[in-house]
Design a protein around this ligand. Structure first.
Ligand code: AMP
Length: 303
């Protein structure tokens, strides 16, 4: 059974204190689908313009991402995003956003895509996430990610989405903003009360918190890295790896323990992603690298 990833596909421009690059493959669904594809084929639902480079289509295909759900808008321009990291490599300023074809995105899933077992609604407008959710036949697990922009400008739709999904993934500052509290444990429980069975709050280099009605699972830190080159897409690869890993478990119910392991897979792939610019590290990564780092992280944290 397949995993479906819907979200943005973008052309990014990224500036760090060391360097800057243009015309990079970006977008929440790009990162998430490439991460999910380490665990099996991933179906991508997104929109791009006619300017979208062929080399990126080729890369998706080579990595096991099915593109039949990607709409190419005639005459349209791909979503463009540009960001700058400050010295700590954690604080990011958005320099420019050109929504372009994203404003015309009306997801329309094929029969095959509607049968997705696991669906990840990666970061995009909650109205578009709801439109994808409406078309799914009977998914075992639905996951959604979001960001401060939607919390600020589309709160009502985001609340509708939360009432209908199984797992909500969000980072720490956004969870606090959304739930209007400075305490992450309170934020996790308040989010659970809005509908999802599970909530994951990502804390960057400080790990992640998984809340469920049937338990809690906390990682004490992300994989320790010497150097972060570009954290862009860390959250998206985290969610994509969770979706891909959970789909790879096959038929049957998903246990709380499975979700905990999915969180660790998310942390592992996100750590690799931060080691290279844009998707450069994901491009060369193998499943064996991921499994080795998973075991290494287990060694650092088991007691
Ligand atoms: P992250 O680092 O996980 O926040 O994800 C960064 C990616 O999100 C970049 O590649 C951007 O192209 C994409 N992105 C930025 N803003 C938005 C937005 N409003 N909607 C969808 N994707 C976005």
């Amino acid at each position: 059974m397949s995993v479906l990833i819907a979200g943005s596909v973008a052309i990014d421009e990224i500036e760090t204190p060391e360097t800057s690059h243009k015309n990079l493959l970006g977008g929440s669904a790009s990162y998430a689908s490439l991460a999910a594809a380490f665990y099996g084929p991933a179906n991508l639902v997104a929109i791009v313009g006619e300017d979208f480079p062929q080399e990126y289509f080729d890369l998706f295909k080579a990595k096991g991402v099915d593109l039949s759900g990607v709409e190419i808008k005639p005459g349209g321009k791909t979503f463009r995003w540009s960001g700058k990291y400050l010295d700590d490599m954690n604080t990011r300023e958005t320099l420019d956003v050109q929504l372009n074809v994203l404003t015309e995105f009306r997801p329309n899933l094929s029969e095959a895509y509607r049968k997705a077992r696991i669906a990840l609604l990666a970061n995009m407008g909650p109205a578009e996430q709801l439109a994808v959710l409406d078309q799914l036949d009977a998914p075992l697990l639905t996951i959604a990610d979001s960001m401060d922009l939607w919390i600020n400008i589309a709160r009502e739709d985001l609340l509708k989405l939360l009432a209908r999904i199984d797992l909500f993934v969000i980072n720490d500052s956004e969870a606090k903003l959304f739930m209007e509290t400075g305490n992450l444990i309170t934020a996790g429980h308040k989010l659970l009360a809005l509908g999802p069975k599970y909530v994951v709050i990502k804390k960057g280099e400080h790990g992640a918190l998984l809340f469920g009605k049937d338990g809690q699972f906390f990682t004490s830190g992300a994989f320790p890295l010497h150097g972060v080159h570009d954290p862009t897409g860390a959250g998206d690869t985290f969610a994509g790896a969770m979706a891909g890993f959970l789909n790879s478990l096959g038929a049957g119910e998903i246990s709380f323990r499975d979700l905990g392991r999915a969180v660790v897979h998310g942390s592992v792939i996100a750590s690799f992603n931060c080691e290279g610019f844009s998707i450069s590290r994901l491009k060369e990564l193998t499943k064996a690298d991921i499994d080795a780092r998973f075991e290494e992280l287990r060694g650092y944290t088991a007691f």
